[in-house]
Design a protein around this ligand. Structure first.
Ligand code: PLP
Length: 361
């Protein structure tokens, strides 16, 4: 492929072009060190500044007060599925989960593996996870309530976060962190694999409310303890330096070029409205989720037949539109509209979809 395509991949996913350009520009000689970012010490001043930048930008963008730590933990979002219950489950208390799809299901499985008292207080499994549950009762004595803010595979998203009273919220925001502003106060912990919306693969961003650290049991290994990462500013061992560096550039782009999360949310809504609006009017493409639960990040849809879906994905790629195949577990099509995808990219997709319908519909 001679030129870049519009990349609708679900993750690893598109990064802002200016960020990729910046990486290339300073790739061989990182900020006057005479070395690449790939070659410098994680304990060097230039790297520590970059790490601190990533943390500070996260704080500003998400309006995090001093009561939160921001750390980077290797092992992706999936390691958090077990780390959270290991660190935060209170002895003798249940952990509440809301199950909205593949990733929530995996998180539940890991807590059960650890022998925790898991309460699934709501689930949308009865309709193949096509909606976000609206009614549920949070156990008063729950250690925390875990939910997945955006369901990357099923294409649903919490428009408003669940209310849990004094019970801390714990959220997997892997596929929509930094896509919109929200109030961080009710959260005990937020985590996100970097490779969806904020960087490349290899690390999760974990935001931890400081008081939660009092729960961390002594007897778990150092690399699985949040206290280790918090006390050492993510530098207990060698972190995923390149990931953290790229995250810092993506967040700079969000702050300085986009202008923050309110602006980002407006753009993300516009993108999703263009695509869902077209799908709904088409009479050919069909959304797979309930309208009030639709994800602004991952737009899932079907065509009349699986043959047409395969043809659609293939021809789209030839036209320079990549990554439109649905997850292998659900089939169909999916367009991931993360922050790096622009309004014009979505317009190009809709144009292609209209042409395809004219030919095949
Ligand atoms: C991709 C994804 C994960 C898994 O992330 P890894 O970093 O690969 O472990 C977990 N949760 C959600 C919501 C995701 O989209």
């Amino acid at each position: 492929m001679a030129k870049r395509i519009i990349n609708f991949n679900p993750g690893p996913a598109a990064l802002p072009l200016p960020v990729l350009d910046e990486i290339r520009e300073e790739f061989l000689n990182y900020r006057g060190t005479g070395m690449s970012i790939l070659e410098i010490s994680h304990r060097s001043k230039p790297f520590e500044e970059t790490l601190n930048q990533a943390v500070e930008r996260t704080r500003r963008l998400l309006n995090l007060g001093d009561e939160f730590h921001v750390v980077f933990v290797q092992g992706g979002a999936s390691l958090q599925f077990c780390m959270i219950p290991m660190n935060f489950a209170l002895e003798g208390n249940p952990i509440d989960y809301i199950n909205t799809g593949t990733w929530s299901t995996k998180a539940i499985k890991e807590a059960k593996h650890l022998g925790k008292d898991v309460h699934v207080i709501a689930s949308s499994e009865d309709k193949n996870f096509a909606y976000i549950p609206k009614t549920f009762h949070v156990d008063e004595d729950a250690s925390y309530l875990h939910f997945t803010s955006n369901n990357t595979i099923k294409g649903t998203q919490w428009a408003e976060f669940p209310k849990s009273g004094p019970v801390p919220l714990v959220c997997d925001m892997s596929s929509d962190i930094m896509s919109r502003p929200f109030d961080p106060k009710p959260f005990g912990l937020i985590y996100a694999g970097a490779q969806k919306n904020i960087g490349p693969a290899g690390s999760a961003m974990v935001i931890i409310r400081k008081d939660m650290l009092q729960r961390v049991p002594e007897g778990i290994p150092s690399m699985l303890k949040y206290t280790t990462f918090a006390a050492e500013n993510s530098l207990y061992n060698t972190p995923a330096c390149f990931v953290i560096y790229t995250v810092s550039l993506v967040l700079k782009w969000l702050e300085e070029t986009i202008g923050g999360l309110e602006k980002m949310e407006t753009i993300n809504k516009e993108k999703a409205n263009i695509l869902y609006g077209f799908i709904d009017r088409s009479g050919f493409y069909r959304g797979t989720t309930e309208k009030d639960s639709r994800s602004l990040m991952n737009v899932t849809f079907r065509l009349p037949t699986e043959e047409l879906e395969a043809k659609f994905v293939g021809e789209a790629l030839k036209a320079g539109l990549g990554g439109l195949k649905g997850h292998r577990s659900v089939g169909g099509c999916r367009a991931s509209l993360y922050n790096a995808i622009g309004v014009n990219d979505v317009k190009s997709l809709v144009e292609f979809m209209a042409d395809f319908q004219k030919k095949e519909g």
